[in-house]
Design a protein around this ligand. Structure first.
Ligand code: PEP
Length: 243
């Protein structure tokens, strides 16, 4: 089955409104039927990104699981929907590690995003000690099942998964294409064939081709290498070349 590639950038807490304008002054996403480009930018940069995005989709990096109310500092799914955001990252390892997000919270956020027509990008991945202990399938399987086990068939199909080995995020250490493929195939066995599974963890212009060539790697979730227009574009172009 040919799933369209999704090349997604995660800017994390980088690039405010002025830098976002400058980025989109130098970046344009090609229109391609089988390659989608997406940038998940900070909340305060959404307006600038949406105004200049062209063919690039714009996403957020987090949302709250309640509809609205007394949750100081939080952003709701309906606010993102109103702005024109199409995707939202949920359960990134940094949110799990620094903000105490559990599988139960992640599930509520995924559900809330789906209720509002936003595509959740559900992040899963093992930490280094778990990989060293050979526990990656147990850990990642549990993270996937905790969410997918509670979704309807339609909700599953509308969700994207990002496999991000935590030991490879922002470290310059990348999973080998074989390691990535093995985990993606494992995740694939638990979800519908149409669900896209992105790889994340130090993907860059140099290693994108080897990773994206793997049969179960349907795109990338890219942190550091998405901050520069030319490097991000070069990963998008690699995906286009592979199609
Ligand atoms: C990420 O932020 O999800 C990520 C994979 O970061 P990096 O590409 O910098 O490792």
């Amino acid at each position: 089955m040919r799933r369209p590639y999704l090349i997604a950038g995660n800017w994390k807490m980088n690039q405010g409104p002025a830098q976002t304008e400058a980025f989109f002054g130098a970046f344009s996403a090609p229109s391609h039927p089988e390659v989608e480009a997406l940038l998940c930018v900070p909340f305060v940069s959404l307006q600038q990104a949406l105004a200049k995005a062209g063919a690039c989709r714009i996403g957020a990096q987090n949302l709250h699981f309640e509809e609205n109310g007394a949750y100081t500092g939080e952003i709701s799914a309906s606010m993102l929907q109103e702005m024109g955001v199409t995707h939202v990252i949920v359960g990134h390892s940094e949110r799990r590690q620094y903000f105490g997000e559990t599988d139960a919270i992640v599930l509520r956020k995924v559900k809330k995003a789906l209720e509002h027509g936003l595509t959740p990008i559900l992040c899963v991945g093992e930490v280094l000690a778990e990989r060293k202990a050979g526990a990656q399938e147990r850990v990642v399987g549990a993270q996937v099942d905790a969410v997918f086990g509670a979704l309807s068939a339609a909700e599953r199909m509308a969700t994207v998964i990002a496999y991000e080995p935590v030991w490879a995020i922002g470290t310059g250490e990348t999973a080998t294409p074989e390691q990535a493929q093995a985990m993606h195939a494992f995740i694939r066995s638990r979800v519908p064939a149409e669900v896209r599974i992105l790889y994340g963890g130090s993907m860059n212009a140099a290693n994108a081709e080897a990773l994206l060539s793997q049969p179960d790697v349907d795109g990338g979730l890219i942190g550091g290498a998405s901050l520069k227009p030319d490097t991000f574009r070069s990963i998008v172009d690699t995906a286009i070349r592979l199609r």
